[in-house]
Design a protein around this ligand. Structure first.
Ligand code: SAH
Length: 552
């Protein structure tokens, strides 16, 4: 199966990617798109079911884009995720398979109904739109599209969501409130965000609207406040033509601006815009691992980068001397400071801004201060290169890396492990059952010399002395290689082969070779035209250039 969860099968040596086909299935399918070396198929009939196949609970499991693995037994999902992490570490990180310090994935416990991996999410963001007859619908986007599939109940989320969503839908029909139409950029209600406190039962609803005012909003607020546990009802203003769900401004309609939840003995206040882990049962296990990997004994200075509302910072503060947190979202930083205060924790300090700017600035201003442990928990795109460089310079004894994308994790570990760190432990945690996503927490330690000898050297000319120009020559040989850019590759190919190659072709060859890729700031969500593929001749020329520049 591919990383996106499609089945990969062969017919007479030709490779096909088939959505909904599982590892171990024998299927009859229809080819819907055929390329030279591979194609895409549609599942028509299962001839022999895979031993790992189970009946999905959700009737919309296949069309909905959310649960790519619901038809796979939970145990097999876990090994799928272990394989994914392992493959990334080997292929992208360049780690040796035999020496990989990987521990078995931490899966979810059985629920009271005997299921594993359902009803775990404490948050849902449901798009609103119109159905075929013009009626108001809500649900989820169908896989890789922006068309809404009507789903009344999501089996990953909490049951209270259904009642809230129905309340909003009925209100909208009654008062003729139009849902947002993203093509025309008109209408009002875009998404409804619902979040529940797992341990407190507190519920938050936030309507994301394309405007600053929702007509009859007090009537809706009153109806929602009647839902058991309802603590916060608000509007979020997002008038931009964008795929980003939340805007910046919050208008409170009823209740409190935040809900609270607890993890272990700590209480956390959470605003609608703040990040908060979506699987509370697994979060506690994840944080315990992060704490264990940090190996604190009480006197350490710790950095928690990408700290959100300070969840991990406060978890670590009890065992450290000082914790510094860095987070980019202002509302989350505000929550982090409140959370320190409501938990009576005084040895933490939070900075608002980009981790890749705050940490280098801080280090420049305090070069003599040490950091014992640096923990990072970045979004999927991973850590910025400038941040990794500063971390290496600061030489913390340990680095703990919490990651929700093992491909960028592997890329970043490669950088850290070629700059004095050793990969000590790798712990995947299943935070997102039924989906192809996997969380991983990793511990790196700074390589210390086994012993030290003192050598006395005299520089200069003459017997027993080391001439300085020899040192300069040797230093030259150790100079880091110039970074190879796409422009250099293109130039080389044009000079040697006389043809031009497109950047996308170079990217495709790099991707096929499993080389690390960087986020393109101008990447588009959907291509206007289907992607073309390079000819064999061009592929060879690109590989030649990559060899020439010692990328491979
Ligand atoms: N450790 C936290 C949050 C992890 S999610 C927890 O477990 O709850 C990643 C967080 O990084 C988000 O809160 C996001 O707002 C923040 N973030 C994204 N880019 C950032 C950057 N460049 N610098 C600092 N924080 C960033």
């Amino acid at each position: 199966m591919s990383e996106q969860g499609e089945g990969i099968g062969r017919v007479d040596g030709y490779t096909l990617f088939v959505k909904d086909a599982l590892i171990g299935d024998r299927i009859e399918g229809k080819v819907v798109k055929a390329k030279k070396t591979y194609g895409y198929g549609k599942l028509l009939r299962i001839l022999e079911p895979s031993p790992f196949r189970v009946e999905p609970l959700c009737p919309a499991a296949s069309p909905c884009g959310g649960c790519q693995l619901q038809a796979m037994s939970y145990g097999r999902q876990l090994s799928f995720k272990e394989d994914k992490v392992r493959n990334h570490l080997i292929r992208i990180g360049g780690f040796d398979e035999a020496a990989l310090p990987m521990e078995p994935i931490v899966g979810m416990d059985m629920d009271p109904e005997g299921n594993r991996g359902f009803r775990y999410r404490n948050k849902g963001q449901f798009p609103f739109g119109r159905g075929k007859e013009g009626q108001i619908i809500y649900g989820f986007y169908a896989g890789r599209t922006h068309s809404i599939i009507e789903i009344k109940e999501c089996f990953l989320g909490s049951q209270v969501s259904s009642r809230i969503l129905e309340t909003v839908r009925v209100f909208m029909e009654e008062y003729k409130i139009p849902p947002y139409d993203e093509v025309r950029h008109e209408g009002l209600v875009r998404h409804v965000l619902i979040r529940t406190g797992y341990h407190t039962g507190e519920v938050m609803v936030c309507l994301v609207i394309n405007g600053r005012c929702l007509p009859h909003s007090q009537i809706l607020a009153d109806r929602l406040m009647a839902v058991s546990g309802m603590t916060s009802v608000s509007l979020n203003v997002n008038r931009r033509k964008t795929n980003v769900i939340l805007g910046d401004e919050i208008i409170l309609l009823a209740g409190a601006p935040c809900i609270t939840d607890t993890i272990g003995s700590l209480t956390y206040r959470i605003a609608p815009q703040s990040f908060y882990q979506v699987n509370p049962q697994q979060t506690e296990k994840l944080y315990k691992k992060a704490l264990e990997f940090a190996g604190l004994t009480g006197g350490e200075t710790v950095w928690d980068l990408y700290c959100g509302i300070g969840t991990i910072s406060l978890f670590l503060a009890g065992e450290a001397s000082q914790v510094y947190g860095v987070e980019i979202v202002p509302a989350a930083v505000k929550n982090a400071r409140e959370n320190a205060s409501i938990n009576h924790i005084t040895n933490v300090e939070f900075f608002e801004g980009r981790a890749e700017e705050i940490l280098p600035d801080w280090y420049r201003a305090h070069p003599e201060e040490r950091a014992d442990v640096i923990l990072v928990d970045p979004p999927r795109k991973g850590c910025d290169e400038a941040l990794l460089a500063t971390m290496v310079q600061m030489e913390p004894g340990r680095i703990v890396y919490v990651s929700c994308d093992s491909a960028t994790l592997a890329r970043d570990l490669k950088v850290l492990c070629s700059a004095g760190y050793r990969l000590e432990r790798v712990q995947p945690v299943d935070m997102f059952p039924m989906t192809v996503h996997v969380e991983t927490v990793v511990m790196l330690s700074h390589k210390k010399p086994d012993s030290v000898i003192n050598v006395k050297v005299e520089f200069g000319e003459g017997e027993g002395k080391v001439p300085l120009d020899n040192i300069a020559k040797r230093a030259e040989a150790y100079k880091p290689k110039e970074r190879v850019t796409y422009k250099m590759i293109k130039g080389y190919i044009e000079a040697k082969y006389g043809f031009k190659v497109h950047t996308a072709y170079i990217a495709e060859v790099k991707r096929d070779l499993g080389l690390p890729m960087y986020d393109a700031p101008n990447a588009v969500e959907e291509l206007k035209q289907p992607r073309k593929h390079p000819t064999a001749e061009k592929v060879e020329a690109i590989k030649d250039a990559l060899k020439h520049f010692e990328v491979i």
